[in-house]
Design a protein around this ligand. Sequence first.
Ligand SMILES: NC(=O)c1ccc[n+]([C@@H]2O[C@H](COP(=O)([O-])OP(=O)(O)OC[C@H]3O[C@@H](n4cnc5c(N)ncnc54)[C@H](OP(=O)(O)O)[C@@H]3O)[C@@H](O)[C@H]2O)c1
Length: 265
Amino acid sequence: MTMHPTPHKTALITGASSGIGQALAHHFAQDGYQLVLAARSVAKMQALAHDLQKQFKVQVTVIGADLETDAGAMQLHADMQARGIVLSALVNNAGYGAFGEFKDTALPSELAMMQLNMNAVVVLSKLFLPDLLATRGKILNTASTAAFQPGPYMAVYYATKAFVLSFSEALASELEDTGVTVTALCPGPTASGFQDKAQLGNSALIKGKKLPTSQEVAALGYRAMQRGQRVYIPGFMNWAMAQSMRFTPRNLATKVVKILTRPLA
Ligand SMILES: NC(=O)c1ccc[n+]([C@@H]2O[C@H](COP(=O)([O-])OP(=O)(O)OC[C@H]3O[C@@H](n4cnc5c(N)ncnc54)[C@H](OP(=O)(O)O)[C@@H]3O)[C@@H](O)[C@H]2O)c1
């Protein structure tokens, strides 16, 4: 009997230059996926690509992409098509938050955040879906525990993650008979570049707290994606908090988040 080598699976990871995305890249590479890494920091991704190629002998392509515009996301898809890459996993992970009272936060950066956290997820899911249907592939969307209730002091960010969770669950349902799975990974606060970018240093949410590492969260998220789990919340306390919000009056849930996130003196 002739043995055919297993065809390569290829995964695209957005936001692969740092934090959870970078850590996820290790798991895909360890499983033999070829990788496409996309973010703006090309040098960081090239260093990661070098490490992964050396350690796991997989092919890694780095594409510099700014996903804060629809055109940027469409260009990423066009670049990959031009290279003849067919995806079997799409990881919509790039994203960031902004901390502060809505009256003070900057509108341009909030609009850009909405583009990245929501529009890029929709654009890439839409454009790569034919690939994923053909390969019976997987989508992993990084949402957040922020998705489960409103978030005073991070109002726009929490709303973007509610969008990601809702979109992911609906898409998972539509695709349930196709072999394509969709997983919304919903981490709580996690050590990464996120806190500096969101200027969260002064928030009760993280100040003085020991946060799980990006590696820990990525390992759990990767396994949830492999199982095809629709919604996965790493950490018992995060899970318990998200469940409790379902039975808590909305005003009370919002008040709790306001206290937990408030700026400290
Ligand atoms: N850390 C947390 O506490 C936490 C909790 C829940 C959910 N999350 C979510 O986890 C995901 C990953 O964040 P992280 O915690 O790993 O933070 P991170 O270390 O800051 O990583 C964010 C990634 O997004 C990329 N990115 C930012 N702007 C981009 C743009 N315009 N175009 C393309 N890529 C862009 C960054 O790359 P470049 O800057 O190189 O472009 C980086 O690779 C995000 O969706 C975040 O909302 C984080």
